[in-house]
Design a protein around this ligand. Structure first.
Ligand code: 6GU
Length: 236
């Protein structure tokens, strides 16, 4: 998969050299390009924002640098009104977007090319979204109902969630199936040695060797935990 990120803080993404995703890049499973939006400005101050039409607090990101940057990272985009189902998916992290879920991560993991446009300030001129929505698939995606200063941290979270679903990135694919959210439930609690620690014992069923009983216990724990913490995940 190819991933391009357009941002005014490219250094934010230096950490993608680390860990599982860093390995996936070294092995060629993920190709990552991080692009500085200011490289697509032409004034001495490398201006990327301006005051909002209609007034109000804060600044809005100007459309021209975004247009040049996005055209550069998506050189094969079709003309307006021809959005191509095989072309890139352009994602704008935004608290005004649809909420990111494991299902969205799975969808995105099946794509060939993802492009993330990180907005700062009060957001990006809406015409950027409208223009590219006519030329490729565009999604506004939010991490959740709280406010971040910009899209960079959100994109980091999305790339980690998507990257680990790309075949070969996570060494043992079985570790993907029994996790929170994969089956619509929160994960059951896990234990390792020693079997007694401070005044706490590991639940005896896990030491029983009875795989059927263990599976049933884990399922029950997942259901109870989900009902307690996230009842909204359970079917009505
Ligand atoms: Cl994707 N962006 C920003 N700026 N704030 C957020 C968010 C995204 N998701 C939750 N809050």
């Amino acid at each position: 998969m190819r991933i391009d990120i357009v941002t005014i803080f490219p250094e934010f993404f230096d950490v993608l050299d680390l860990s599982l995703l860093g390995k996936a890049r070294q092995s060629g499973l993920i190709e990552l390009g991080v692009h500085n939006l200011r490289d697509y400005t032409h004034d001495r101050h490398r201006t990327v924002d301006d005051t909002p039409y209609g007034g109000g607090a804060g600044m809005v990101m100007k459309p021209e640098p975004w247009g040049e940057a996005l055209d550069a990272v998506m050189p094969d985009l079709v003309g307006e009104g021809e959005a191509d189902a095989r072309g890139p998916v352009l994602i704008f992290p935004s608290p005004a977007g649809e909420q990111f879920t494991q299902a969205i991560a799975r969808d995105l993991a099946a794509e060939r090319h993802l492009v993330f446009g990180c907005g700062r300030y009060e957001g990006i001129d809406q015409r950027v979204v409208d223009h590219y929505a006519a030329r490729t698939r565009v999604r506004l995606i939010s991490l959740g109902d709280y406010v971040l200063n910009g899209g960079e941290v959100a994109v980091m979270a999305m790339i980690e969630a998507v990257g680990r679903l790309i075949p070969g990135v996570v060494g043992n694919p079985e570790s993907l199936v029994e996790e929170s959210h994969e089956d619509g439930l929160l994960e059951y609690p896990s234990y390792t040695k020693p079997s007694a620690w401070r005044d706490l014992e590991v639940p005896p069923v896990l030491l029983s060797g009875n795989h059927g009983a263990i599976a049933a216990w884990r399922r029950q724990q997942a259901l109870e935990r989900t009902a307690r913490v996230r009842p909204d995940l359970l079917p009505g």
